[in-house]
Design a protein around this ligand. Sequence first.
Ligand code: NAI
Ligand code: ISE
Length: 345
Amino acid sequence: MTVNFGVIGTGAIGRTHIDRITNRLAGGKIVAVTDINDESAKSTVEEYGLDATVYPDDTTLLEDDHVDAVIVTSWGPAHAQSVLSAIKAGKFVFCEKPLATTAKDALEIVDAEMAVGKQVVQVGFMRRYDQGYKQLKSTVKNNEIGEPLMIHACHRNQSQAESYTTEMTAVDTLIHEIDALHWLVNDDYKSVRVIYPKRTTKAYEHLQDPQLFIMETLSGIIITVEVFTNCQYGYDIQCEIVGELGTVKLPEVPSTVMRKNASLSQAVLTDWKDRFEDAFDAEFQDFINSIERHGAVQGPTTWDGYIAAVTSDACVKAQETGEKQEIGLKERPAFYQEIENVAAK
Ligand code: NAI
Ligand code: ISE
């Protein structure tokens, strides 16, 4: 079986996903695209030589019976509506982060999916498919470093466009750590506060950069995440878990070591696309294989999208008030507990 995809949003990451499905992965085909910028949709079809219909909007794309699954790669605030419509149209959905920009919208998606009775939505938290993060997860799960006590993480981007705001540090960038870190230690968040260090002069004036988020989980694990989005030197993702018996850390990205001009050097990546390319491929291959083999998906869930929405919202309030914010999650429905149990096997 081939999974026929419709793509809603043919911008930067939409195109990379089209490329991976068309040129690298097995079992998927792009048959439909749409973008509010019609030219973008048309040029994407040309650029990748797709045999795909260009639709004027998501509503008409979702009426196409040839489309089995949609990829939602529009701007964040547009995601929830497209995901809800796609679920109602009986499609599988791969939604880039964020699933929704409000907890209310995320819960509406959760309810719509539960009404279907199986997992049909996968959220694009690709770090769960990264080899390094997977090794961290199994180290903790196998109790190799004892009980986790602290996590120290950092998310550094080389630079940001002028349109990037202080709030985006939480909702656009930190959101990857928000998802990955509680998943690593199988815990939920309790609170967050943010500290603003001395500002870099290398950022636009409206942006507070860097920022230090301090989060606490229900079991008392303290998590520090430095987000520095104009660090100049490269794209650098770090994560160390400190346990009772030892520590475990993400590996450095492999790179050749050069000896030249009396110095020893190793390149640092500059782009998230390169850092997580294998993880993006793996998450999509899993999405395709799960539909083909099980008629349901098994990656990061809408409940994970809900946790991220509530938590990033609290992070923004912490930015605005300068005070610690409680993170109040609803009780996880049995539906999502069962999905997690199956995925953990
Ligand atoms: P982009 O701005 O390059 O592309 C978004 C595209 O969606 C644009 O072509 C725009 O015209 C289109 N669009 C907006 N609203 C639409 C609607 N209602 N219907 C149809 N098309 C619509 O943005 P980019 O960088 O591709 O990001 C897209 C999403 O992917 C964002 O939610 C972003 O947070 C996420 N993302 C995830 C990454 C990851 O590491 N997992 C990395 C980069 C982006
Ligand atoms: C971007 O949207 C991403 O998701 C990248 O993974 C992240 O590193 C970057 O900061 C975001 O702007």
